[in-house]
Design a protein. Structure first.
Length: 596
């Protein structure tokens, strides 16, 4: 069976890992026990032979209706059939121990035949487990992993798949619980706790969302976005993954397929803005502390991304036995971009830590020592070419956004001394910031076209240029900002949405093919239009962006304007962060990050 459209998937999660649930009642993606673990259901990137778990009426077909139960991560899917109506409730209890997927089949009316099909395939579909029965349920074992399926219904083997057929009448509730443990340990017996787990899970999410303090026009969208950010958080460390998936293509059938199950430093400031701005101080503090731990060490060896626990080595491999989403190969795990030199990251980290300091999050002296070390590196290396925010795999260049973020990092250090009493050579830093600023304005601005450019001496543009006023490099009403916003909107627009840069210039990123419109860039455009006074246009664009969400409020990384489909890894934290911050800005809440 071919992969379903990305819009068909809802997110389940337990703050350790996540699953994607389709409209047809099939879980087609699940990594256990962590976001970055090998998947045991990988049908998303191949077909059902790579692992899946479907529970639905025996007649099949997509759910008649589905949705999250209120402001939670519990999904109800309902099918109206000729025999009656049945509901399947799916969730992952955030209990902090073994990962569980709980599915409760409930009869609503009539008497409906239901079928369950389970194909566990460890190591991204590569390993068929050894199956046995025990008092705990059906046990699947392969290498380090054990998965136990517990249910009161009778299950049998059929063509290397576990199946069950049963009927439910109005009021019947049949639980299924899939639990992961290391293979040397026995799984917990949780079948009898399924209904109790549902109540606890609903209470967890309802109590958590009650902390949200955004009360603007787009409250429903913002609340779903921050729930998604919470679901993409690895609770033990506070790290937030960029997305729950790997290798969902930026262009259908193309090779721009990357593993996003890691934590990017570039997201730090935007994520902190979203969390702090909506009232989630504890989550912001956990993310800040993850950031400090991850970047500790030699500042010259700062990476753009790390593993959930701060792991540095993320070797990139291809899984040749998987055909890829809709034939988009290769499927990659790991990410070689972790070793790139991206100058802007030093500025992103310093900007994020400054935002946390301005917001009242206490910061130990050790954190300031780390920031001073990062500043020392910037002072000696800001003039170097790099791979940019977008991790281009072509030649390194003097990217304007990278230089602007180097300026921002130094600017924030001056602010920390002047406002928060930190110690440091403020006059030297002020002079350094001025030198970087002058260099960018001299070499990165095209006076004839009245726009900043992607890199020094280039004619290309970059959506990241829209961040120039947002980080305080120039004011919103500066003619160079107004000209840049107009140029980026004109030259990078695809049906009103923005591409990151012009991928037709193959030499820019060294990769064949194209990509979709990048959603966070389009949120930046809405911010920029608002900032330069084109406020009705900004609100209209934001409403268009909201219309791209799937039926349960999720966004992926990009949008294919020709195909009219979401593309790229999903759900994408950067897109959801963009939604939150733009909603706040258009609602009159400050999202300014400038230190001075």
């Amino acid at each position: 069976m071919a992969s379903a459209p990305i819009e068909d998937y809802a997110l389940l999660g337990d703050l350790h890992t996540a699953a994607l649930l389709g409209r047809d009642g099939s879980i087609d993606w699940l990594c256990l026990p962590r976001f970055d673990s090998p998947a045991c259901f990988a049908a998303l990137l191949h077909d059902e032979s790579a692992g899946y778990w479907r529970i639905a009426p025996a007649a099949g077909g997509p759910a008649t209706r589905r949705g999250y139960r209120g402001d939670t991560l519990v999904v109800d899917s309902e099918w109206d059939t000729g025999d009656g109506t049945v509901r399947v409730t799916d969730f992952m209890p955030p209990r902090g121990k073994a990962a569980d997927v709980v599915r409760i089949v409930e009869g609503i009316s009539g008497r409906v035949p239901v079928r369950m099909d389970l194909a566990i395939r460890f190591d991204y579909g590569n390993v068929v487990p050894w199956m046995r029965r025990s008092e705990e349920g059906l046990i699947a074992v392969a290498g380090p992993d054990t998965v136990c399926l517990s249910s009161p219904v009778t299950m049998r083997g059929e063509n290397m798949t576990t199946v069950a057929e049963f009927e439910v009448s109005a009021g019947d509730k049949v639980p299924f619980v899939l639990t992961h443990t290391p293979s040397h340990l026995l799984p917990d017996a949780v079948r009898s706790e399924a209904m109790h787990a549902l109540g606890k899970t609903l209470s967890f999410w309802q109590n958590w969302i009650d902390q949200c303090r955004y009360r603007g026009q787009w409250s429903d969208a913002v609340r779903r976005a921050v729930i998604t950010l919470k679901a993409l958080t690895y609770a033990p460390t506070g790290g937030i993954v960029a997305a729950a998936t790997t290798s969902l293509p930026e262009s259908l059938g193309g090779v721009r397929n990357w593993d996003y199950r890691y934590c990017w430093l570039r997201d730090a400031t935007f994520t902190l803005q979203a969390l702090l701005g909506t009232g989630y101080v504890a989550e912001a503090k956990a993310w800040r502390e993850w950031l400090v731990r991850a970047v500790a060490g030699d500042p010259a060896k700062l990476q753009i991304m790390y593993g959930l626990d701060g792991t540095r080595r993320l070797p990139e491999l291809t899984l040749d036995w998987l055909s890829g989403y809709e034939g988009s190969a290769p499927v990659r795990v790991g990410n070689d971009a972790a070793g790139q030199f991206q100058l802007d990251v030093w500025g992103e980290v310093l900007d994020g830590l400054n935002l946390a300091l301005d917001s009242g999050l206490e910061c130990e002296d050790t954190a300031w020592d780390i920031q001073r070390a990062l500043l020392d590196f910037l002072e000696g290396n800001w003039h170097q070419p790099d791979a940019s925010l977008w991790e281009v795999r072509g030649p390194q260049r003097h990217f304007v956004h990278s230089k602007v973020m180097a300026w921002a990092g130094v600017d924030r250090a001056v602010h920390a001394v002047q406002t928060h009493g930190r110690d440091g050579p403020v006059d030297r830093w002020r002079a350094l910031a001025a030198a970087i600023h002058a260099d960018v304005c001299e070499h990165g601005f095209d006076a004839e076209r009245q726009t900043f450019t992607q890199s020094y001496g280039s004619a290309g543009l970059d959506s990241a240029l829209l961040l120039i006023p947002r980080v305080g490099f120039l004011p919103w009403d500066d003619p160079r900002v107004v000209g840049t916003v107009a140029a980026v909107q004109r030259e990078l627009s695809s049906d009103g949405f923005l591409r990151r840069y012009d991928t037709d210039q193959g030499s820019v990123d060294g990769l064949p093919g194209s990509e979709g419109a990048f959603l966070v860039c389009t949120f930046w455009l809405a911010d920029a239009l608002h900032g330069i006074g084109r406020r009705d246009e900004a609100r209209a664009l934001f409403e268009r962006l909201l219309s791209l969400r799937n039926d349960v409020g999720l966004l992926s990384e990009e949008y294919d304007t020709a195909a009219g489909r979401l593309v790229g890894n999903t759900p994408q934290a950067f897109s959801m962060v963009g939604l939150v911050n733009t909603a706040r800005g258009l609602s009159g809440e400050s999202t300014r990050t400038r230190g001075i």
